[in-house]
Design a protein around this ligand. Structure first.
Ligand code: NAP
Length: 250
């Protein structure tokens, strides 16, 4: 059986201390996965874990700063230790999205965006996908953004990083798919999270451009991630599921 069902599986969700990641962690746990909640903020992480446990789910918090390859590899080691030697589902959800005119973007932001949005998923997959392939099953979901698929002024850095992650989905589908590891992308549109709260009206203005005409709730994105992580998507490899209210369709 080459697919992965959340029940009884070990799932590592990055950026699970907030927004889409927290909603995904809760949903995967509700469906029976042992969820490893990764992030930097221990208070928020323990809050997510407590919420899952209060509903009878299984979860643990893993603190890690995804800015450096060493800490990413350390996260992978700790996840494997907590997972009894395996991670069956990896959700590369953590992301940062500083916006602004290209000429005003500081070098530190260029580095940070590529460290967190591109390099961290790369190192996590390098650390965890071979084990999935050896066991003949696994599911990886990369979280991108609608801003990776058309031009938005002020989002060049962010959009380009997620476009790179989207290409990694296809490359990894080719590389690990034949050994039972499904790799797919979920591409959200504007979503109400702790991270986008600072955008104020700009979030709703962006959302108004889509057929749905509104911003998403994190749970609506989590549902798509959980679908791709589970057996219901057993024949889905290398796909992008746009959950953007239709914005990239029109
Ligand atoms: P958010 O509320 O901004 O939270 C970001 C998450 O990433 C937090 O859990 C944060 O954890 C983690 N993170 C950030 N920097 C990190 C670092 N250096 N090391 C480890 N973890 C780090 O996120 P969100 O809005 O739910 O977005 C989740 C994903 O969806 C992102 O990849 C984002 O690009 C994508 N997305 C979001 C939207 C949207 O409108 N919200 C739209 C399209 C795509 P700590 O603070 O605990 O470190």
């Amino acid at each position: 059986m080459a697919s992965v069902d959340p029940a009884g599986r070990v799932a590592l969700v990055t950026g699970a201390t907030s927004g889409i990641g927290a909603a995904t962690a809760a949903l995967l746990a509700e469906r029976g996965a042992h969820v490893l909640v990764a992030g930097r903020d221990a208070a928020r992480g323990e809050g997510v874990v407590a919420g899952i446990r209060a509903h009878g789910g299984r979860a643990d918090f893993l603190a890690a700063d995804l800015r450096t390859a060493d800490s990413v590899r350390q996260l992978a080691r700790e996840a494997l230790a907590l997972g009894g030697g395996r991670v069956d589902i990896l959700v590369n959800n953590a992301g940062i999205y500083p916006f602004g005119p290209t000429e005003q973007v500081p070098q530190s932001d260029v580095d940070a965006v590529y460290d967190v949005n591109v390099k961290a998923p790369f190192h996590l997959v390098a650390a965890l996908a071979p084990g999935m392939a050896e066991r003949g099953r696994g599911a990886i979901v990369n979280v991108t953004t609608q801003a990776a698929y058309y031009g938005i002024a002020g989002m060049a850095l962010y959009g380009s990083s997620k476009a790179a992650l989207d290409q990694l989905t296809r490359s990894w589908a080719a590389e690990y798919g034949p050994r039972g590891v499904r790799v797919n992308t979920v591409s959200p549109g504007p979503t109400r999270t702790q991270g986008t709260a600072v955008m104020g009206d700009a979030l709703d203005e962006l959302a108004a451009q889509a057929p749905a005409g509104r911003a998403a709730e994190p749970e609506e994105i989590a549902a798509a991630i959980a679908f791709l992580a589970g057996d219901a998507a057993s024949f889905v490899h290398g796909a992008r599921l746009s959950v953007d209210g239709g914005r990239t369709a029109v």
